[in-house]
Design a protein around this ligand. Structure first.
Ligand code: ZN
Length: 459
């Protein structure tokens, strides 16, 4: 139904009447951006036959159900024909939309306008090449984070109170949003004046609840920073999935897992959770919240290993879409990639190739936006630091407005008046690269797991 409305002939006529000389004069303004973006989206939609749109929608919904049951039963064979069908339909969609390089380009464009298989590979291959030896060096160091302190008793009511105060302190406006409890943390809502966050709490896993709150608050702070006067129009919408994720990751990791942040908040944490944290030195707690170790599950992985989970998925889904990998061979290719990259192999497909929902709905091209988000976060954060001064010292003093204001001015209010690759070039002076994130990860994990690690991983 949405497709029929978007592609109705009169919508095209309305948009055409807006293409006037006034519009050309306002190419960089709201009207220019709105008309340009709406026409771009509509043009793509009109190329896809309604019957195909309908079949994709119906199949995705059924395939999702089959995937959920197959994951529970650890039964890839049951899911396989559905994944094959979703893949076939998405390739058909890509062929209908058209592309110049790879059919993957037509699909990724739905999530990350302006990116292609080649442009993503350029940054993610560089990231993977440098990150794999860093993660191996962390394992080889033999050092272990005192992670058991985070599994002590953290009463849920105190976690909710503590997390809410932290979210408010970094800038989430509780007069224009709220925080509730669900099974899966998320951020939703209805525009910048009503942003809904959710998280979950586990008495014996402080990090799960707390960092989910910071992550979702980061998404929410972005939503609250979008322009209310352009609500519902591209100029008032989030730029892309990767930029959205850059905001959540920045507050979760670059702020919330920084030393300065805990210099500011740790005494408070000890007061809120005396049974768990009394007598635990700040440095031990900091190491615990920054533990890094290869694991099987993407959503439970840490700041360093997370991107490798994404690089693996990008390589596999690109090969699927480009016809270089058959669905039947996917579980084996998955395990090989995990062995080569993270040094771990899941004994089950449930915790392997079946762990994520995305492919069941044919969302090929979505995964890279997670890693691109981490890269954008690091590069934007560095640029903010160059302009604002010592951010870590600000966090240690509980000062988050300077960073928040910088993000509001440089990212949030831009909406879709620019694409993400262009924004990062204009604001940081360089195109997106793996270097800022790698530099940050080497410094942090070199400090925690041994100074020599930074040098050995760099070679
Ligand atoms: Zn997120």
């Amino acid at each position: 139904m949405a497709h029929r409305r978007n592609t109705a002939p009169e919508v095209g006529e309305w948009l055409d009447t807006l293409v006037t000389s006034d519009l050309a004069a306002d190419a960089a303004g709201d009207l220019g951006a709105n008309v340009r973006e709406l026409r771009r989206r509509r043009k793509k939609l009109t190329k896809v036959p309604a019957a195909l749109v309908e079949e994709i929608a119906r199949t995705a919904s059924q395939s999702h159900q089959v995937w959920a049951a197959a994951r529970k039963a650890d039964d890839f064979a049951a899911f396989r024909p559905w994944l094959e069908k979703m893949l076939r339909l998405r390739i058909e969609q890509a062929e209908a939309v058209g592309y110049s390089g790879s059919p993957y380009d037509a699909l990724v464009d739905d999530y990350e306008p302006g990116e292609t298989a080649v442009s993503i590979a350029r940054v993610l291959d560089a990231l993977r090449a440098e990150l794999t030896p860093l993660v191996a060096a962390i394992v080889k160091s033999g050092r272990k984070a005192p992670s058991e302190v985070l599994a002590r008793s953290f009463p849920v009511a105190a976690q909710a109170e503590f997390g809410k105060r932290a979210a408010a302190a970094i800038g989430f406006d509780f007069d224009a949003g709220r925080l509730d409890t669900t099974h899966h943390p998320f951020c939703g809502g209805a525009g910048p004046r009503d942003v809904r966050l959710t998280t979950r709490y586990n008495e014996h896993d402080f990090g799960d609840g707390f960092f989910s709150i910071l992550h979702e608050a980061g998404h929410g702070i972005y939503e609250q920073g979008l322009r209310a006067d352009q609500y519902g129009m591209p100029a008032g919408e989030a730029m892309s999935l990767a930029i959205h994720e850059s905001q959540s990751r920045m507050w979760e990791n670059l702020v919330g897992r920084s030393y300065g942040f805990w210099r500011w908040l740790y005494a408070d944490a000890q007061r809120a959770f005396p049974a768990a944290l009394a007598g635990v030195p700040l440095d031990d707690f900091y190491f615990a919240v920054n533990e890094s170790k290869p694991s099987l599950i993407r959503t439970e992985s840490d700041e360093a290993t997370y991107n490798l989970h994404v690089c693996i998925r990008f390589g596999l889904e690109r090969a699927l879409v480009e016809g270089r990998l058959a669905v039947a061979d996917l579980p084996g290719a998955w395990n090989d990639a995990y062995r080569d990259t993270l040094g771990v192999v899941s004994p089950t497909d449930a915790n392997g190739v079946l762990q994520d929902v995305h492919w069941s709905e044919g969302m090929f091209g979505y995964f890279p936006t997670y890693a691109l988000g981490n890269l954008y976060a690091a590069q934007l954060f560095d640029a903010a630091g160059r302009e604002l001064g010592d951010l870590d010292a600000m966090f240690a003093a509980g000062e988050f407005e300077p960073l928040l204001g910088w993000l509001r001015r440089n990212v949030h209010v831009v909406g879709q008046c620019e694409t993400a690759p262009r924004l990062v070039e204009r604001v940081t002076g360089a195109s997106l690269s793996a270097a800022p994130l790698m530099q940050r990860l080497r410094a942090k994990f070199g400090g925690l797991y041994g100074g020599s690690l930074a040098a050995s991983a760099a070679s």
